[in-house]
Design a protein around this ligand. Structure first.
Ligand code: ADP
Ligand code: ADP
Ligand code: MG
Length: 662
């Protein structure tokens, strides 16, 4: 076995590989770009080397530079992860030439499967069924059109060099063919540098079922069962599970055998995935299945296979690359229980799934155990940048059957909170909790068909959400956020009143707050609700709302609130008229620091009566002066700041008691 390996990747997969290497006592070498100097994979590895600029082409795709680092650091092997150089035949070849083991297949295997047309030819010669279609070299539009007409619509045009769901066009009728062809070729040329396409029969209700295979350098190959990846958005996987629901032993063996045949046809070594598309028009049993493509690398969704087989696939990869035989023979590969994986993406479902960037200021999940696994490339404080894939983590669960696994996933998603950027957490929860998904009525059209149920509703925050944000802001017993014995102040003013204003989807929402002996009375949209704080620990906040207990996670960063309540994720901004330089008739009597800074001027003292918009103090932050103004008319009740004080973001600066309340 190797003593030291280099991981030519970043993010969650680099961390995943490092984990197994460390478990096996293998030293790890990380490489990183300008954008990743303090990334999690760099922190985890035994050594790390800078390889270039933030853009992938200036760092993670620099084969020569990475190979140079491997040689210099004494690494005996390179694990390429997925993406980047993982399916680059020249890189596999260059490693072999330099005497460094490439933890993946040979350059020949990669080349055989690298282009979809050639892969289909090789497979059909080997007796593996392929999707009916045309994959010839004649690329004249007239020929392609004729082929499409013969195949019969709908057809799919696919870039032979495509990947990641890009370079595909669905054509419904002959008249649309030429314009779709042109746009597909344009995208193929610009994304993959290769405009060649193939034409395929488009299956209207298929499932994507793929088989995990492993080959070694002794000619043996096995399959580690299947994964169902039918839950896709724009041909990109969102949720994966293993085994495939309703898969019979007989069908599993038929697909597994076909996958092994495919791997052996190209003398495959290491981990690979044969992706099949299955026509489930008449159910899964005996359904026709067709080879779509082979991914000659470890797949993003490999953890679900690990959980149902109890095997560590990275360990298998390492052993095979080190020249060992396959760890298990086919008959000895276990299959127990059911596993799901969801891909947590930094993207905004409410805004056409636009990728999001930002610094993660909170990230909490359940603790890992036999039912829950978290594969992540980030931790609190890390930045998700524009340079790489927006996938931030994978949540993976195991249960003794599908129903149990679904329950675990439901809980895991409910107990996950992330803030600092928008993500698809609520969207994922809506999929997992959907009755049709729970009943396994799935195919690749699932997400599109149910999108109205699945899209996070662009809805107004309800009263619970506003109450949670208000209490998180005002909790009189909150430890740490109250440098001035805040709770005494509250107790002295039993009838204290204030109004908080939140921005909710660009709408201003006012919450009138009255403190009573037994708790709070909030008025929202002219409705009164009674609220008591039951527990407020960390981000966990439990309230009694009109006698009904609710539990949520509320994360406050500056004036921004991210609230995780049930399956919903809400975003509110506590609007501070004074700090935001705008006059307001309803504002808050509680003024907090909009950003970390230094007090440079103080214009009022405790007990002063202030008018709306009256300057109270000046804060210097980010090399600029910010005038903090009163948002309500009232009496300055708490003011213990002195010139020169440093204040943290979100710290309470001043409290003004509304005049009527005094
Ligand atoms: P899977 O079937 O495992 O989902 P994908 O083809 O979607 O495989 O790609 C897996 C990951 O690798 C995705 O996150 C994608 O962004 C990334 N990826 C795919 N192709 C490339 C590439 N050429 N360069 C860099 N990253 C890539
Ligand atoms: P990529 O290299 O981008 O992963 P694939 O060939 O694996 O491309 O196809 C990606 C997805 O597109 C599949 O998982 C499936 O949902 C859909 N797809 C591909 N081929 C067909 C087809 N012939 N009919 C229907 N859907 C298809
Ligand atoms: Mg694919």
């Amino acid at each position: 076995m190797f003593k030291k390996i280099l991981i030519a990747n970043r993010g969650e997969i680099a961390c995943r590989v490092i984990k197994t290497a460390q478990k096996n006592g293998i030293k790890t070498v990380a490489v990183y770009s300008d954008a990743d100097s303090n990334a999690r994979h760099v922190r985890l590895a035994d050594e790390a080397h800078h390889i270039g600029g933030a853009a992938a082409k200036d760092s993670y795709l620099l084969a020569d530079v990475i190979l140079g680092v491997a040689l210099k650091s004494g690494a005996e092997a390179i694990h390429p992860g997925y993406g980047f150089l993982s399916e680059n035949a020249e890189f596999s070849e260059a490693c072999a030439k330099a005497g460094i083991a490439f933890i993946g297949p040979s350059a020949n295997s990669i080349r055989s499967m690298g282009l979809k047309d050639r892969a289909k030819d090789i497979m059909s010669k080997a007796g593996v069924p392929v999707v009916p279609g045309y994959q010839g070299t004649d690329q004249t539009p007239a020929t392609l059109q004729k082929q499409a007409d013969d195949i019969g619509y709908p057809v799919l045009i696919k870039a032979i060099a495509g990947g990641g769901g890009k370079g595909m066009r669905l054509v419904e009728k002959s008249a649309d063919f030429i314009s779709s062809l042109e746009s597909c070729q344009r995208e193929a040329k610009s994304s993959f540098g290769n405009a060649h396409v193939l034409i395929e029969k488009y299956l209207t209700r298929p499932r994507h079922i793929e088989v995990q295979v492993f080959g070694d350098n002794f000619g043996d190959a096995v399959y580690l069962y299947e994964r169902d990846c039918s839950l896709q958005r724009r041909h990109q996987k969102v949720v994966e599970e293993a085994p495939a629901p309703d898969m019979s032993e007989h069908m599993r063996k038929a697909m597994g055998d076909a996958a092994v045949k495919a791997a052996q046809a190209i003398a495959y070594s290491g981990a690979g995935t044969i992706e099949f598309i299955v026509d489930v028009e008449n159910g899964l049993e005996n359904a026709p299945f067709y080879f779509m493509e082979m991914n000659t690398r470890l797949q993003v969704e490999h953890p679900v296979t690990e959980l149902i087989t109890g095997q560590d696939l990275v360990d298998w990869q390492l052993r095979i690359a080190a020249g060992e035989r396959l760890p298990l023979v086919q008959a000895d590969i276990p299959l127990h229980g059911h596993a799901f994986e969801v891909r947590l993406y930094a993207e905004d479902p409410e805004n056409n799934f636009m990728p999001q960037t930002g610094r993660i200021n909170h990230f909490s999940t359940p603790t890992q155990n036999e039912n829950f696994r978290l594969d992540t490339g980030v931790e609190v404080g890390d930045e998700v940048s524009i340079y790489y894939d927006p996938m931030i983590a994978k949540l993976i669960v195991w249960g003794h059957n599908r129903e149990a696994a679904l329950r675990h996933m439901g809980r895991a998603l409910e107990n996950t909170a992330i803030s600092g950027l928008k993500c698809n957490l609520e969207f994922l929860g809506n999929i997992i909790n959907h009755s049709a998904f729970q009943a396994a009525h799935i195919d690749t059209g699932f997400i599109e068909r149910h999108k109205n149920d699945l899209m996070p509703q662009n809805k107004r925050a309800d009263h619970h959400i506003l109450a949670l944000a208000t209490m998180a802001e005002l909790d009189p017993n909150r430890q740490g956020s109250d440098p001035w014995g805040w709770s005494d102040g509250w107790r002295m003013n039993l009838d204290l009143k204030t109004t908080l204003t939140f921005i909710d989807h660009e709408e201003k929402r006012a919450v009138k707050v009255m403190y009573r002996e037994k708790g709070f009375c909030l008025t929202i949209d002219d409705q009164d609700i009674e609220v008591q704080i039951l527990r407020h620990e960390g981000v966990a906040l439990d309230l009694m709302v009109n006698g009904h207990k609710i539990s949520a996670k509320v994360i406050k960063k500056g004036q921004d609130f991210t609230l995780f309540y049930g399956a919903s994720v809400s975003y509110l901004h506590h609007y501070l008229a004074g700090a935001e330089g705008e006059d307001e008739t309803t504002g808050s009597g509680i003024i907090t620091t909009p950003m970390p800074g230094k007090v440079t001027q103080v214009m009022v003292k405790e007990g002063d009566l202030v008018t709306l918009g009256q300057p109270l103090m000046i804060l210097e932050a980010m090399k600029m002066e910010h005038t903090i103004k009163a948002q309500i008319v009232g009496k300055v009740d708490m003011f213990r700041l002195a010139i020169g004080d440093q204040v943290a973001e979100g710290a309470i600066l001043i409290r003004i008691i509304e005049e009527g309340a005094i």
